[in-house]
Design a protein around this ligand. Structure first.
Ligand SMILES: *Cc1c(COP(=O)(O)O)cnc(C)c1O
Length: 421
């Protein structure tokens, strides 16, 4: 008998491309349709329960259906959902963000990560009067034209998707993460408006900055009058309440946040130095807008999640449990005959197969995808749901228990035993 997920997927394939609303969700033979989620667990349409490390690709740092978040949304709903005028929750969220994120002298709310980075790049261009932008090889900033670019010749880029005009990426340059020399070269040659980068890379799996790297990036961008944008869409309110910039002690000129700050609803923000942010209309002349920007429901949900995580030592506990998981995975891998490595910072981590160290996008692209797919299937069979792609992250939440971690380590161990025959 067919299971319900595959039935639903067959229906979906008829009416929506690939049967999914975002490409990374697709996997063979069919993605699981999720019926509900609570804490560290998700339940599919056939009633199977899994320990979730996809966590919606990062937003759910407090766990699924966190009571504080659900209650905040429920208690606001009776007042309506959208006004198209300022409301107090959006102001409170903005005040909360600027009290936490070191670079956030001023904040403008938006809806998605892509929107926040698109706006931030425009603001940086408006502020500097320059057109060039630099992104990292393998860095992801959402699906909009100027950042849908991959490495072309030298530091030049080419579109990474059909439908993106060559002209849309002709001012987009690519540097390798953790490579100061390469970045210096492109900055010297092109005098770009901005460097946009994930301070901890999270879309080629997790790649942390080498010691002193972010400090050096800060220094050379400042000298060149180039706006440094940290895309903290994943790391913001996840690594600490002040994000990677607080953890590493490096303050960019601008920052983009999304994922965690939406509390599971769509919410994002761009923020930065006052003189830069005041380029936004009004009072400035850089146009940035959105019907749903600052909607009160996303604002109360986001605040509830941020406040929940800020209670007591939640981040310390979360990072501690995550470190334990990462160490166990890493030890198992080392003791096995399988080649690979485990990268991570705090509650984000990635297991790479077939390569012994990953410090940038070029390394990450060499990962053994077949081995990943075998692990993914094995873990799913053992009741553990990972993001279905070799270059995604495992996200641990405050709701993951030590029992969850133990079960996960066991499942990974049994995979490694069976992996080499
Ligand atoms: C997810 C992500 C985005 C895009 O956010 P959306 O809300 O999916 O548009 C941008 N930057 C980074 C670093 C991300 O991980």
């Amino acid at each position: 008998m067919k299971d319900r997920s595959s039935e639903l997927f067959e229906r979906a394939l008829k009416v929506t491309p690939g049967g999914v609303s975002s490409p990374v969700r697709a996997f063979r033979p069919n993605p699981l349709f999720i019926e509900s989620a609570n804490g560290s667990k998700i339940r599919d349409a056939d009633g199977n329960e899994y320990i979730d490390y996809c966590m919606a690709y990062g937003p759910m740092v407090a766990g699924h259906a966190c009571e504080d978040v659900i209650n905040a949304v429920k208690s606001y709903l009776d007042r309506g959902t959208l006004f198209g005028a300022p409301s107090e929750p959006e102001l409170q969220l903005i005040e909360l963000i600027s009290s936490r994120v070191p670079s956030a002298e001023m904040v403008r709310l938006a809806c998605s990560g892509a929107e926040a980075t698109m706006h931030a790049i425009r603001v940086a261009r408006g502020f500097t009067g320059r057109d060039g932008i630099v992104k990292m090889n393998g860095g992801y900033h959402g699906a909009h034209d100027s950042v849908m670019a991959e490495r072309g010749e030298g530091y030049r880029s080419r579109p990474s998707s059909e439908g993106v005009p060559k002209d849309a990426v002709k001012n987009t340059f690519i540097a390798e993460y953790n490579d100061i020399e390469g970045l210096t070269e492109v900055i010297d040659a092109e005098k770009p408006a901005c460097v946009i980068m994930e301070p901890v890379m999270g879309n080629i799996g997790v790649v942390p900055p080498e010691k002193g790297y972010l400090q050096e990036v800060r220094k050379i961008t400042k000298e060149a009058g180039t706006v440094l944008i940290f895309d903290e869409v994943i790391t913001g309110f996840r690594l600490t309440s002040g994000g990677a910039q607080e953890l590493y002690g490096v303050t960019p000129d601008m920052t983009t946040c999304a994922k965690v700050m939406g509390g599971g609803l769509s919410g994002s923000a761009l923020m930065g130095k006052r003189e830069i942010m005041e380029k936004i209309a009004p009072p400035g002349k850089v146009y940035v807008a959105g019907t749903y920007a600052g909607n009160p429901i996303s604002a109360v949900a986001g605040m509830a999640q941020i406040n929940y995580m800020s209670k007591g030592i939640r981040y310390t506990e979360l990072n501690g449990r995550s470190d334990a998981l990462r160490k166990s995975l890493s030890d198992l891998l080392e003791d096995s005959k399988v080649k690979g490595c485990v990268n991570g910072v705090g509650s984000m981590m990635t297991v790479y197969f077939g390569i012994e160290s990953v410090t940038n996008g070029s390394d990450a692209s060499k990962t053994d995808r077949d081995m990943f797919n075998r692990m993914f299937k094995h873990m799913l069979d053992k009741g553990i749901y990972l993001a279905p792609s070799a270059l995604e992250d495992w996200f641990v939440s405050a709701a993951h228990s030590s029992e969850d971690i133990t079960a996960t380590v066991e499942a990974f161990g049994s995979f490694l035993k069976g992996a080499v025959r």
